[in-house]
Design a protein around this ligand. Structure first.
Ligand code: PLP
Length: 423
């Protein structure tokens, strides 16, 4: 009997006992192909020797040093490497233990920036209806997944939400892509004006929507438009790259492909690639300088920030991505996997859309391709798909059926960057 509060309180999952490369094995002897990297985490696959060796070396050197007393060489080196590969101006790094913590940190940093700028009235975050930013109370408040938010709604701050960039469902017949994009930007500007631009701290968005919606990339020009609106009203742009960052879409940060530098970026998942729990917030130099010249401290902190072994794992992951030219591999495999998905499912009556960027891909499932009618949430189709896939030795990451009644189920695919076409 298990004493763990598992995700499903009625069924304990299989016991994973070993993993290597693309494969995970359980205690009953079943083997699973990890086609989702867990939840878009295991970007190097399992048991990569270079990462494991780096962790061993770090444990032997110094396993822990509290950041109230020390910094460490490994954390400094990792920060320098992240900054070197980041969009312009993102020169400051704050380490955390995961994605939700990264979002909480980013939101507090943004708020403290407003406070130290003498704009204490700024208290509003604007976000998108179709979004997931984490499960802690602040991150849950900005996220748009109604099912996740519902039981906790009285504990969450009010967040005005605008439409996501979800062309498959929301672009009207006859509407050009440019007109559709313009309508989304107009809605964002309207939301800022409704809240009062002087009250808005930041606009939060995932450059490629991950868990709540399924690998939805933006339309061309969308983020350039968002950037311009944020600049016009002094609103910070907070890009949540927890799922889509760290090479997953073929560039280190997905929003690079949209030609935009955000004010704050959060990363996690692929940063430690599952070898250690680690996330990070990157911020513009001028933003942190405001605090540096002001109070001189960021009023935040956790016990495990900058954990040396986690930093060593993440640093090794970064080096492997570079040495093995994995960003190019992601672009190439992403294109071939997209072609394979179109071949296999392009005419399937229940596959409405096949989409994604790099190796963050998804199939959207519908009852009817013409009407795009989603399956009803009560069917819990995604749960059935997950267990069927596992019964066939495959890990995929299905979600859905639950948000605003607006869209249906999708299957997210996020295989390790080392996957071959044969895998
Ligand atoms: N932000 C995004 C875009 C995510 O996809 C997730 C997790 O799926 C999070 C934040 C939360 O990250 P974590 O589960 O590491 O707290």
């Amino acid at each position: 009997m298990s004493h763990i509060i598992h995700r499903n309180l009625r069924h304990a999952p299989p016991v994973a006992v070993s993993a290597e490369g693309m494969l995970v094995r359980d205690s009953r002897g079943s083997t699973y192909i990890d086609a989702s990297g867990g939840a878009a985490v295991s970007s190097l696959g399992h048991a990569h020797p270079a990462v494991i060796e780096a962790m061993h070396r770090q444990i032997d050197t110094i396993a822990y040093a509290h950041t109230a007393f020390f910094t460490t060489e490994v954390a400094e080196e990792l920060a320098a490497r992240l900054v070197a590969g980041a969009p312009q101006g993102l020169s400051e790094v704050y380490f955390v233990s995961g994605g939700s913590e990264a979002m909480e940190t980013a939101m507090k940093l943004a708020r403290q920036y407003a406070v130290e700028s003498g704009e204490t009235q700024r208290s509003v975050f604007i976000a998108r209806r179709q979004s997931y930013h984490g499960n802690t109370l602040g991150a849950l408040a900005v996220g748009g997944n109604e099912w996740r938010r519902k039981p906790f709604a009285p504990l969450l701050m009010d967040v005005p939400r605008v439409a996501p960039c979800y062309e498959y469902r929301d672009r009207k017949p006859g509407q050009t892509q440019g007109d559709y994009t313009a309508s989304l930007l107009q809605e964002l500007e309207g939301a800022i004006l409704d809240a009062g631009p002087e009250n808005v701290i930041a606009f939060c968005a995932e450059p490629v929507v991950g868990a709540t919606g399924g690998a939805i990339p933006p339309t061309p020009g969308y983020f350039r438009g968002v950037r311009a609106i944020c600049d016009k009203y002094g609103v910070l742009l907070l890009a949540d790259e927890v799922m889509c960052g760290m090479g997953r879409t073929g560039s280190m940060y997905s929003i690079e492909q949209d030609g935009v530098a955000p004010d704050i970026v959060t990363v996690a998942k692929g940063l430690g690639a599952g070898y250690q729990p680690i996330g990070a917030v990157l911020a513009q130099g001028w933003l942190v300088d405001r605090l540096r010249r002001g109070s001189g401290i960021f009023q935040h902190g956790h016990t495990y920030i900058g954990h040396p072994v986690a930093a060593a794992a993440a640093l090794a992951v970064q080096k492997v991505i570079e040495q093995e030219d994995l960003l190019a591999a992601v672009r190439m495999r992403g294109a071939s996997m997209m072609a394979m998905l179109h071949n296999a499912f392009g005419r399937n009556e229940h596959v409405g859309d096949i989409r994604g960027r790099g190796l963050l891909l998804a199939l959207e499932l519908v009852q009817d391709r013409e009407t795009k009618q989603p399956f009803s949430p009560e069917r819990r189709l995604h749960a059935a798909i997950k267990s069927q896939a596992m019964a066939h030795g495959l890990m995929v990451y299905p979600m859905g059926g639950t948000i605003d009644g607006q869209h249906g189920d999708h299957i997210l695919l996020a295989p390790p960057f080392i996957a071959t076409d044969a895998d």
